[in-house]
Ligand binder design. Structure first.
Ligand code: DAH
Length: 347
């Protein structure tokens, strides 16, 4: 056998094998390539298999070459395996990399509901004038809602408040308060005069929903009791309020009205901020818009809470949804409670 030929074959095998191993694209291909060159049925094994039949000189020489070829191929495999491993690690690292410079997804920021905004604004005006804030229960007793407000049992004035009554219990007739005026009675029971309070909260009436009515809505009342309080004080406070909310050019007027718990009583109108009094759709061609009920606290209310007759006081109360609707030209009260973000995001 010609040793030169076999030596050349081993040389070629080494070159070809090392190149193929280095080019193996992944672990599986590397294993296949290794098997192809170094396997028991591969070309190297074939040449080694002939060694036993050679004379000692040739065997020695060819054996050395074969060993060199084997170790060259084996180290090529080891090197390529290490490369692939490193590549895997890098690829994994790249796939798992967190880009901390990516801008985050913003969650939408909430805001105060328009009704809450109006309550805050109105309360701010009265707090600025020295009033304290108070609240009372939404489920009220007949006594606070009517009786102490100068509307005895069976008084026809009660029917002006379309009240939702609950099941009577051992303590009497609970109801959903149809206005926030019962809170006057509660604060006067708790506080000796002078008493200056503003009382926002929910109220309920037996109303079918339409563009200006809902069975649940909000009101805010004000109460000022002191020595020497007059109707002029009421007018001054109401005017400051109207200008703060609707603009400093606005005027007010007070029209005689009836409420059982105030005497005299009035309806307060503000000049139409849309047409400035000329008459338009907003004010129904009146030039004026009704914004609240008001009056001088009836002596019977003072009697009910145990105030001496040496004090006088004024009170007023208004619907908050109505104020918000006027303020922002909202056409339907129900829009305030549909939770439609397209509407609410406008405020
Ligand atoms: N509570 C009355 C209502 O709901 C409005 C009102 C409040 C009238 C306060 C007043 C008053 O005279 O002082 O209709």
């Amino acid at each position: 056998m010609a040793i030169d030929e076999d030596a050349a074959r081993l040389g070629a095998l080494r070159t070809e094998g090392v190149a193929a191993i280095a080019a193996a694209a992944d672990r599986v291909l590397l294993d296949e390539t290794k098997l192809r060159f170094l396997g028991r049925k591969g070309p190297l094994a074939a040449i080694v298999g002939t060694l036993g039949r050679r004379d000692p000189e040739e065997r020695k020489e060819l054996g050395r070459l074969a060993n060199e070829t084997r170790s060259a191929l084996e180290s090529a495999v080891a090197e390529r395996a290490a490369e692939l491993e490193a590549g895997d690690a890098e690829r994994r690292a790249r796939a798992e990399r967190l880009d901390v410079t990516l801008p985050g997804r913003r969650s939408p920021l909430g805001r105060l509901h328009p009704i809450t905004q109006v309550i805050d604004e109105i309360v701010d005006v009265f707090v600025g004038l020295g009033f304290k804030v108070a609240d009372g229960p939404e489920v009220e007793s007949d006594y606070y809602a009517f009786e102490a407000l100068n509307m005895p049992q069976d008084h026809p004035a009660r029917s002006a408040w379309d009240t939702l009554y609950l099941e009577p219990n051992d303590y009497g007739q609970p109801l959903l308060r149809p206005h926030t005026s019962p809170v006057w009675v509660r604060v006067m029971e708790e506080n000796p005069p002078p008493a200056y309070f503003t009382m926002p909260g929910r109220a309920f009436r037996r109303d079918v929903a339409d563009p200006t009515h809902l069975a649940g809505f909000h009101q805010i009342d004000g109460l000022a009791v002191d020595k020497g309080i007059s109707f002029a004080d009421l007018k001054g406070v109401v005017e400051v309020f109207a200008k703060a909310l609707f603009g400093s050019d606005q005027r007010i007027r007070m029209i005689p009205h009836f409420f059982p718990f105030t005497e005299p009583s009035a309806e307060v109108h503000v000049s139409c901020f849309n047409c400035n009094g000329k008459g338009c759709r907003v004010c129904g061609d009146e030039g004026w818009i009704e914004i609240m009920g008001a009056g001088m606290v009836h002596p019977n209310v003072f009697k009910a809470v145990g105030y001496e007759p040496d004090v006088t006081g004024f009170a007023f109360g208004m619907g908050i949804e109505r104020i918000a609707m006027l303020r922002w030209a909202i056409g339907d009260i129900r829009w305030l409670y549909e939770d439609d973000l397209r509407f609410l995001e406008g405020f």
